[in-house]
Ligand binder design. Sequence first.
Ligand code: KIV
Length: 300
Amino acid sequence: MTTPSNTSAASATPYGTLPPSSTPSTRKPLSLPRLREMHAQGEKITMLTAYDATFAAVADAAGVECILVGDSLGMVCQGLTSTVGVTLETMRHHTECVANGLRRSQATAWLIGDLPFGMYHESNEQALRSAAVLMQAGAHMVKLEGGGWTADTVRFLVERGIPVCAHLGLTPQTVHALGGYRVQGKGDEAAATLRRHAHELQDAGAAMVVLEMVPAALSATLTQELTHCPTIGIGAGKGTAGQVLVLHDMLGMNLGKMPKFVRNFMDGPDNRSASVRGAMEAYVRAVKDGSFPVDAVHAW
Ligand code: KIV
């Protein structure tokens, strides 16, 4: 008798698959339509950074919907003083590590790869080549920083089938031009520019926009206005469509002064098992039920 070799649920994936090393998830895999559905239904979207297979798999198992392989890895993994020195090859490597981890576990998370400094600034073609490197390493979406000139790049990538997450407000790759890690969009003129950039990015097809260190009132207004593009806040108040934190920050692994917008989820009664997975689950619960962030504590 011949036994069909592909009878597991995993075999439903076309173009080849890896055998799952743990029980397949009952959760639906994240996809752009699913993210749009969550946005339309007002369900908060959770995102964390991860840079390796194991942390990514644990975040996935904890219910984190989006995993960002952020170029913050330059600071938290490589010990650089900013994200400016991160190369495309480093981003490719870590994106591949995370993609491997997700594939080997429950593989429901949406994986975003950060385009590093200088790798999308020159031309749309350069952006496409860089994005292709991250997509081929396993990313489902790429993220790029900045407004104004980036709208054309976003449109170019989206038209070629690459989902894009934009990033406005404090854009760490331009920290030297901004004069430090400070709140952006304060004052009428700066707020109007940020707002215009956000609308341009939505019109260009960006499927998400990270708002970093933006006054809570402005990001809440933008969240209402951007009906096709969920806002993901970090230091942008509770009014955004979702939240993101840097993994090491939310695990309390920050030896310096903790940024105002971070909560240490390793600490406190919410982390029921006092474990990394418990911290991530507490983060997911707190974002979903609106108890994190607290505007009076974590925002401007
Ligand atoms: O690189 C990163 O981790 C990021 C987040 C802070 C949004 O861009």
